[in-house]
Design a protein. Structure first.
Length: 265
């Protein structure tokens, strides 16, 4: 039995032929690709493709006799890869990590305790994809803010500047939730891996939070900061543009983690 992967969402279908449409994203059959090494049940001999290795952090799959020195998607080291078979099942375990033993308080049976609030929250974030959902709000609103500010600077339409300010307040309110779900995603899904891509995303998130605070409270303290008479007009607009750029970089890296692991660019 062959396996087909949806080029749009990554759904894997098992069968001699791809489905008429993807049950996840409704993509048509032509958007399915026969997965490497899969073929019809026949007497054909499978061509050797080398071993397959999966990054246990982001899920990227590498083909070769040995895993790469580091994951090209999340930069996880070589020892974080595990060999997998044709069905995608792990043939071993990644390098073990020393874990400090924790004393079990009296009254607990077999060392098992009820899940903590953080564990339950983490499961909810991963199951419902809350970070992927929430991050679209600031990433979608910030371009509107910059466009409105630019239009106000050109046409001096007061309502556009006011709209930009209220949109900034919305971004400021939603950002803590975005950063919290992002931190949980990093800890739970990506095992808190400390590599450049995650470090950059964290820094970008903190920079955006700080910059939006500056933009909101500057506007509160000086309502005319974007007026034609203000000497700080270009500085304020520059901060808004830089904030959009940093948010875009964080979004790009997030997309690389999600789609790079599927071999999509």
């Amino acid at each position: 039995m062959r396996k087909w992967e949806c080029d749009v969402c990554g759904f894997v279908h098992k069968g001699d032929d791809p489905p008429e449409k993807c049950p996840v994203c409704d993509s048509p059959a032509k958007m399915f690709t026969l997965m490497t090494g899969e073929q019809k049940d026949s007497g054909e001999t499978e061509t050797a493709q080398g071993k397959r290795w999966r990054c246990t952090v982001c899920g990227y799959i590498h083909t070769g006799d040995e895993p790469p020195e580091k994951c090209p998607v999340c930069a996880a080291p070589k020892n974080m890869f595990v060999e997998i078979d044709r069905e995608g099942k792990a043939l071993g375990e990644p390098a073990s990590v020393e874990i400090e033993e924790i004393a079990v308080p009296p009254g607990e049976k077999n060392g098992k305790t009820a899940p903590s609030f953080f564990d339950r929250l983490g499961d909810l974030v991963l199951k419902q994809h809350l970070h992927h959902i929430s991050v679209h709000f600031p990433n979608g609103v910030l371009p509107v803010v910059v466009v409105f500010l630019c239009l106000y600077a050109v046409f001096n339409t007061v309502s556009l500047e006011a709209a930009a300010f209220y949109n900034l307040i919305f971004v400021l309110v939603i950002l803590p939730f975005v950063l919290l779900t992002g931190f949980i995603e990093w800890q739970k899904r990506y095992k808190g891996l400390k590599t450049a891509i995650f470090f950059t995303k964290i820094v970008c998130g903190l920079v955006v939070l700080a910059a939006v605070n500056v933009l909101v409270f500057w506007r509160i303290l000086d309502p005319g900061v974007m007026s034609a008479e203000s000497s700080s007009r270009l500085i304020y607009l520059g901060i808004a543009g830089a904030t959009l750029g940093v948010a875009g970089l964080a979004g790009y890296l997030g997309g690389k983690l999600v789609f790079g692991a599927r071999g999509l660019k």
